[in-house]
Design a protein around this ligand. Structure first.
Ligand SMILES: Cc1ncc(COP(=O)(O)O)c(C=O)c1O
Length: 410
């Protein structure tokens, strides 16, 4: 244990580079908004705030249907989605794109649902990693499975839009088309916890029944609130569903939301933050603000990928058509522990990167490029990685920093 004086004097200077793919850095504007005094959640001011927020958040999901807000992390919203539309033993078809899809499946199993996992098979010859963790949802596999389900026993199809463990953004519209092509009545449940307000996401146009999301990624808020965007069909299903639900139940929340209030004590200060985040993202422009947000993320991601390509290291997402605008997974060479590289980068350069999760632990690390970022913070992250990789003894083909600078200055 170091002496107290050492600990007290060990305050690092400058900003910590929080480059994990969420929680993402919280901008000062949002921190200041959250520092306002907590108000009476049954008082007149709160109702005004609530109505404004509930309207604004619909723009982010690109929906005119209800968006339910929970004072919970994303995991809570996963459970809420299932608890509202499922009955014990319901059959779910869940596509495994990575660790978060796998965790959602585990949660569903613990709720007493019957889960069937579907995924691309095999391992990648170049990296030895599972193919399905390097690619997006294969909508044709879902279509074939649903066509074979002639008794319509499958109650819902569950997919992750932006798989945060791998850096893959799946084509949700294609999943919708697959369900329609199979003429199957299954509900479509989508997790866009890390995709929302980073990657284009259209709850209504893509015919999603329940969209699950959270606060701590593209919305630039601390962790602690999460969402269910709900279709008419999902609302109907929730009336017949018999899994126990009380706190998560949509009906009471949606009813009270009509006047801007909540049936529980809401997370008032996080909601101030959400109000500020909506102002920042949508601004006066609304739709145009959202489009600019998506374009910005695509550009950042391309600059970071230019760096990884210059290093000559493989990107976890092996299919360029589904590269994530939110994060990039970097596979370290065989025998190089990706967590040891992250440790050097953290200790020497005060930069946090995402660890490899589940099946790719130790084989890759994740570079976040989302939310309150800009080109210079990303170049700094690339520089920290480049120095850390060199310190860890990784031979790099070229300079990622130069590649990123060239990309961003073109
Ligand atoms: C895609 C995805 N789904 C689910 C979760 C779980 O959310 P939480 O950790 O907020 O409970 C995360 C968290 O990072 C995620 O990225």
């Amino acid at each position: 244990m170091p002496a107290l004086s050492t600990i007290l004097n060990a305050h690092p200077t400058g900003h910590h580079f929080l480059q994990i793919p969420g929680p993402s850095p919280v901008p000062d504007r949002i921190l200041r908004a959250m520092s306002l005094p907590t108000i009476d959640h049954r008082g007149p001011e709160f109702g005004v705030l609530g109505l404004k927020l509930l309207k604004g958040i619909q723009h982010i999901f690109q929906t005119t249907q209800p968006v339910v807000i929970y004072p919970a992390s994303g995991t809570g919203a996963w459970e809420a989605a299932l608890a509202n539309v499922c009955s014990p033993g319901d059959h779910l078809l869940m596509y495994e794109t990575g660790h978060f899809a796998w965790l959602w499946q585990r949660l569903a199993t613990r709720l007493g649902l019957q889960v069937e996992i579907i995924a691309k098979e095999g391992t990648c010859a170049e990296t030895g990693l599972p193919n399905n963790w390097r690619s997006g949802v294969q909508a044709d596999m879902i279509e074939a499975r649903l066509k074979a389900d002639t008794s319509h026993s499958i109650h819902a199809v569950c997919v992750v839009h932006n798989e945060t463990s791998t850096g893959v953004t799946s084509d949700i519209a294609a999943v919708r088309r697959a369900i329609d092509a199979a003429k199957h009545p299954a509900l479509l449940l989508v997790d866009t916890i890390s995709g929302l307000a980073c990657a284009d996401y259209q709850h209504d146009a893509w015919g999603v029944d329940v969209t699950v999301s959270g606060s701590q990624k593209g919305l630039m808020l601390p962790p602690g609130i999460s969402f269910n965007a709900v279709s008419e069909k999902a609302l109907e299903a929730s009336k017949k569903a018999t899994l126990p639900k009380a706190f998560w139940a949509w009906d009471e929340i949606i009813e009270m939301n009509k006047t801007g209030y909540f049936p529980y004590t809401p997370n008032t200060n996080l909601l101030y933050g959400l109000h500020e985040a909506l102002n920042m993202i949508l601004g006066k422009d609304g739709k145009a603000g959202l489009a600019a947000t998506f374009a910005r993320h695509q550009r950042w991601a391309a600059g970071v990928r230019a760096a990884v390509n210059a290093w000559g290291l493989p990107i976890q997402c092996g299919d360029a058509s589904v590269y994530s605008p939110v994060l990039t997974g970097v596979i370290t060479p065989e025998g190089v522990d990706a967590d040891a590289v992250r440790k050097v980068i953290y200790e020497r350069f005060d930069c946090s990167l995402g660890t490899g999760l589940g099946k790719v632990k130790g084989r890759m690390f994740r570079m976040g490029h989302l939310g309150d970022s800009n080109e210079l913070t990303l170049i700094a992250m690339v520089a920290a990685c480049e120095m850390g990789l060199k310190l860890a003894g990784v031979k790099l083909a070229g300079s990622g920093v130069h590649a990123a600078m060239d990309y961003f200055s073109a």
